[in-house]
Write a protein that binds this ligand. Structure first.
Ligand SMILES: *Cc1c(COP(=O)(O)O)cnc(C)c1O
Length: 375
């Protein structure tokens, strides 16, 4: 039986890639240039990634969670401040708020997409003030940034965009994530669309002063004249920068393949008119980074049966996300709205989508899903 893993790092890091990485590592070892934030590949990556996402500055940091935390810090979000986060996201979005000593407030999501709901945000703002919100470009789909800006600008609420899953995602205005006047964060965790051999993250901004401050904060609050701020160590090391910089060279080709896979799934399930499945991202075919391919089924029971059925057919799927934010233990007692997020988490299952997924693997997934629904 064919095995279809959820990720395939063996194929992703093929011999050509492997050889080039070793060449870079060898060079770094000879240069003894391990953790200088201004090292060769750090600088190159920052320049090229900023250009790709249309930001003035890219600042590499240690991981995506730190990127969120440092963004909140530089915007002055601290103890007791309330920060809106969507009910569907990876827990790190909430964790960054908590680590600032701030209080997350959970905003409900659009029932079809799982993206933060502007309606729920407006409703929440009648009950409480927020210092900032963190819309998440979840699964790689673009959050409705322009609408959120309309709501937040007049009230002086800051926006930090969590783009951890959104490398190359295009916003509704046709511009890439990272091109807005908001701070935008990225993660280069190994499973992300650009993945390091460990941890790395980045913050994008158009603002010179904010960039300067983050550059200092990530490196113990240092400036040219000594320690200037109460900082921390959140540097990205040179080896990681060398890996993610190399991955930039393959990025557009790999994104195209992700999009082809998504198009095949959408065609495969649509043509069969499987009314038991809805595909949250189907209207974002050309805009999503296709980090994940989520589908929604009728209820939790169907989801777990389908997962098991696919497993028996050799196909790995993932429960991103099994619980909405208000259902996570550390967040149980916080303020928020969970109507749609709760249902979404019960119904969502992610099918394998990665740039190395082969045609027969893709067809095996489609066939098995159809078999499950007896089509
Ligand atoms: C991966 C991820 C993060 C955290 O990134 P790390 O690099 O693992 O710290 C934050 N938010 C979202 C939505 C993510 O998917």
């Amino acid at each position: 039986m064919m095995q279809v893993p959820f990720y395939n790092f063996t194929r992703l890091h093929n011999q050509e890639f492997h050889d080039e990485v070793l060449k870079r590592f060898s060079q770094i070892i000879k240069e003894n240039s391990f953790s200088n934030p201004d090292a060769h590949y750090n600088k190159l990556f920052e320049q090229e990634f900023a250009e790709m996402q249309k930001a003035k500055h890219c600042i590499l940091v240690a991981n995506g969670t730190d990127a969120l935390e440092l963004s909140l810090e530089v915007l002055g979000v601290g103890a007791g401040d309330k920060v809106g986060i969507p009910g569907i996201t990876f827990y790190a979005t909430a964790e960054a708020v908590l680590n600032r000593g701030a209080i997350p407030v959970v905003i409900d999501v659009d029932p079809k997409t799982g993206l933060i709901s502007t309606k729920s945000l407006t409703k929440m703002l009648k009950q409480t003030n927020l210092k900032a919100i963190i819309p998440v470009h979840i699964y790689g789909m673009p959050a409705p940034i322009e609408e959120l800006e309309c709501i937040c600008r007049e009230r002086g609420i800051a926006i930090v965009e969590d783009g951890a899953q959104a490398h190359g995602t295009i916003l509704a205005n046709g511009q890439p994530v990272g091109s807005t006047s908001n701070l935008t964060t990225f993660s280069f965790y190994p499973t992300k669309n650009i993945g390091a051999f460990g941890d790395a993250g980045a913050i994008l901004t158009q603002d010179d002063n904010i960039a300067k401050k983050i550059i200092s904060l990530r490196n113990h609050g240092r400036s040219a004249s000594g320690i200037e701020f109460f900082g921390r160590n959140s540097r990205c090391d040179h080896l990681q920068a060398a890996v993610i910089h190399l991955k930039l060279q393959y990025f557009s080709e790999q994104s195209r393949r992700r999009q082809e896979v998504a198009a095949s799934y959408i065609r495969g399930f649509k043509s069969q008119d499987i009314t038991d499945i809805t595909m949250p991202a189907e209207n974002f075919l050309n805009n999503s980074s296709w980090h994940l391919f989520p589908i929604l089924v009728k209820n939790k029971e169907t989801k777990l049966h389908l997962k098991k059925f696919l497993e028996q057919g050799g196909i790995s799927t993932s429960l991103f996300y099994e619980r909405s934010m208000l259902e996570e233990k550390p967040l149980k007692d916080i303020m928020g709205e969970n109507t749609h997020a709760g249902l979404f988490a019960e119904r969502v299952l992610c099918l394998p989508i990665h740039p190395c997924l082969q045609e027969e693997e893709l067809q095996s997934v489609i066939t098995n899903v159809k078999d499950f629904f007896k089509l």
